[in-house]
Design a protein around this ligand. Sequence first.
Ligand code: DPP
Ligand code: ZN
Length: 886
Amino acid sequence: AQRIHRQDYTPPPFLVDSVELDVHFNAGEVLVSSQLQLRRNPAAAAQPAPLQLDGQGLETISLAIDGTPLGADDYRCTSSTLTIDNPPDALTLTTQVRIDPDNNSSLSGLYRSKDGYFTQCEAQGFRRITWFPDRPDIMSRYQVTLHADKASLPVLLANGNPAGSGDQGNGRHWAKWEDPFAKPCYLFALVAARLDVLRDEFTTSSGRSVQLAVFVEPGKLDQCAHAVDALQRAMRWDEEVFGLECDLDHYMIVAVGDFNMGAMENKGLNVFNTKYVLARADTATDADYQNIDRVVAHEYFHNWTGNRVTCRDWFQLSLKEGLTVYRDQEFGADMHSRAVTRIREVRALRAMQFPEDAGPMAHPVRPDSYIEINNFYTSTVYDKGAEVVRMIETLIGKEAFRRGMDLYFERHDGQAVTCDDFVAAMADASGVDLTQFKRWYDQAGTPHLWASGHYDEQARTYTLTLSQSLLASATAANAEALQSPLHTPFHIPVAVGLNGAHGEDMPLMIAGEGSAAGSGRTTRVLSLTEFEQQFVFEELPAAPVVSLLRDFSAPVILDFSWSDEELAHLLAHDSDPFNRWEAGQRLASRLILAAAEDLSVGRPAYWPQSFVEAAARLLEHASDDPAFAAEALTLPGEATLAEEMTVVDPSALHDARNGLRRFVAEQLGNALLHCYTTHADDAPYQATPAAAGRRALRNVCLSYLGELHSDEARALAMRQFESADNMTDQFAALATLAQDDCQERVLALASFYERWHDEALVVDKWLSVQAASRLPDTLAVVRGLLEHPAFDLRNPNKVYALLNTFGNNHVRFHAADGSGYHFLATQIGELDRLNPQVAARLARRFDRWRKFDEPRQQQASFALEKLHSLAGLSPDVREIVGRALE
Ligand code: DPP
Ligand code: ZN
C-alpha cells in the first residue's frame, strides 16, 4: 500500500465522455460489459502518457479498442491496473469482466445483501465493478442496462431516468437507465433487489415535478413516512435558504441493512443504511427521527454541494462534506431548536473530533497524505470541516455567505474543484481577505485560546487579552515555540458578550471604533489574527462577567478563569443559550476532574452545595425549554473529560462523574421526580421538537433517579418500560435499568428482545445498551453476545452496536487488566478479513491509548502490536494501527 500525497496531483491524461454498462445478474456471478468513450485531456501534460485504468477483484474476459480485440502485447495488466501504452487520442474501450458480489463482504463495489444487490462506490468502489480511471475529476454520462431474474430481483434501478424495460424470456427481465448529468464514478449506483416502494412527489419552486420513491425491505412500508417527509422538507428548505432547486426528474432512496456508512448521495439514487430511513413511533427514538431528518437532508443537499460541484481529488473531501454537514446542521437548527442543536453538535465535536485532533490520526481538514482514503472519512473532515465553513459565515456575515454560495455555483457548476475555490468564492463575494483564515484547512490540532480580563473602575473599561497556540499549556508555550514558522496564528472569530450584575447584556463599545460601530449590538465577533491581542471595551459602569465564544464561534479549547460564582451567574443569565449550557458544563467538569484526582489518591470526593442549587434552578425553570434543560442537566461525557487529564485514571473518572450524578439525585430526588411527573405527555407519541424535548427532560430525570438504586426508582423505570407507547421512552427506561445490577434489568432486557427480535434496528439497540453498561461484567456479556443469533460480524450495524459501543465504554474498554484491549484487538483482526473499512473504524477506539497509565499502555501496545503483526492485515487497519504505534 502506497502513501498518496496531495502535492502530487496531476490532471488525468484521459477523460471519459460516456459510459455504457450492461450488467447481467446470473446465478453465482455478475457479468459487466462496459463501453467507454475516451479522449486525451486537453488540460493534461503534453507528453503522451499511457492510458491507465483501475480495477479490483475483476476477472477480465475481453478487451477491445474501437472494436478490435487487444492482443497480449497491446496492454499490461496487474491485479489493480490495466495499462494501454500507445492508445489513440480518442477511442472506444470495450471490456467485459466477471465479478462475484455474492462473496463481497467488504460492502464496497457491488455486493449482495439479504434482499438483493446494492452498490457503494465512494471513495473507490467503482473499480470493483469494471475497469475505469477511478478518480473524482473524471465526469461522464452514464447509460446502464440491468438484466436479472424477474422473480428474485424484480426491482432494477440505476442513476437518472428510466429509458426502457421489458422481459427477455426465461423468467428474466431488463431495465435501462440514463443519467442526463455527467458525474464522477463515485456517484454511480445500481440496485437489483426485491423491495417495496413508497412513492410521492415534490413540485419545485419553478413548478417542475420530481418523482420521489423510497425503496425498503418488503414489509417495511409503514416505517418510511418520516423519511419521505424529511426529504420534502429538505427540498423546500434548500430552495428557500440557498435558492437551490432540485434538478432531477426522479429522486430515489434505497434502504439496505448492510451498509458501511450512514448513507450515500449517488446521483438521483441515494443508497441508505436502514438506520437513517426506517422509523415508526414504537421502533425509533426521537434521536433516530432527528438523525433521519439530518441524513436525508445531508444526502439531498449533496446533490448541489458534492454532485453538481464535486471534488478534484480526495484530499478535497471536506469541500463537499464540511459544507454539506454545515448545511444539514442549519437545516436541523431550523427544524428543531437552534440552541439545542448547536449544543448537541458541540458535545459530539468534543467527544469525537477533539480527541481525534489530539491523537495519532490527527490530520488537517484538508489532509496532506493518506494510505487508505476510507480512513479519512473522519470527524475532522466532516465536523471540523463544518465548523470551518461556519466560521466563514460568522466572519463575513449571513448575507455575504449566501452571495459566496451563489458565486461558487456560478463559477464551478459541473466542475471538480478544490477547497481553495470555495474559499475564493467566499472571499470574492464578501470582500473579506481569507488568506490567513485558510490555515484552518492546513493545520491539524485543536488551537488553545487563552483569555484574561481586567476591569478598570476609574477608566470604566474592560480589557480582554486573547492569545492562541497549538500547544496545550500556556506555560509550555515559550515565545519561541509560539512564533516558529510551523505555528503561525489562526484567524479565530471570537464572539463576545458582557454580562451585567443582574444578568443583562451590557453595551459593547470597542475602544477606537467610535460609539456608532457597536451600538445596539450585545454580541460582537472579534477577529483574533495574532498570537496575542487586546481588546478594550469602554463606558462600562461596572465590572462585567465576560461571555466568550458565544454559540461556540470557533472550534478551540478556551481557557479563562471564571470563578464558580461567575459560571453560576452565566448559567443562570447569559443571553446566549449555548454559553448558558457551557457554563454549566464547565462547573461540572471542574468538580468531576477535581474529584477524580481526589479519588485516585484515596481521598473522598467533594461536592459543593452550590452545584446542587444550580441544578435545582434548572429543574425549577425546566418547563421554559425542556430540551435545553435536559442538555444542561447532562454532565460532560467521560471521553471528553479524559482529554483534560494528563494521565487518565478511567475508574476514578467514572466514579467521580457518577458520584456527582448520585449526589444530585440524593439532594434533588423530589425535584427530579416532580419534574418527571409534570412533564408527562398524555397525548399519543408525536416526533415534534416540543414533545421530544419533554421526553428528553423526563428521561434525564429518570436516569438521575436511577443512580439511587432504590426500589422506587427501579419500579418507576420498569413502569415506564412497560407502558411506553414509543421507543424513546421504552429505550430510555431500559438504558437506566441496564446500569443497575437488579432483577428488573434482567427482565426488561429479556422482554425487549422477545418483543423486538424481528426488527433488526431495535436489536441493534438491545446489543448496544448492554455493551454500554457500566456493570463490571460487561465484557463477559459482550463476549457472550458475540455467540448470540442476534449478532453478525458481517453486518456493520451489528458491529457498531456491540463492538464499537463497547470500545466507547470508557471505564470497561480501558479496564486495568487490559482485557478490553485484547478483546477488541482480536475482534478487529477477525473482522478485517471480512470488512477492512469497518475494522479500521473499530481500530480507532485505540486512538487515545497513550493517555493512560503505564500498565494500561503496556497492555494496549501489546494488543496493538499483535494486531499489527497479523498476516494479511488490510492497508486500512494497518494504517490506523501503524499510526497508533508510531
Ligand atoms: N458521502 C457520504 C456522505 O457523507 C459518505 N459516503 O454523505
Ligand atoms: Zn456527506
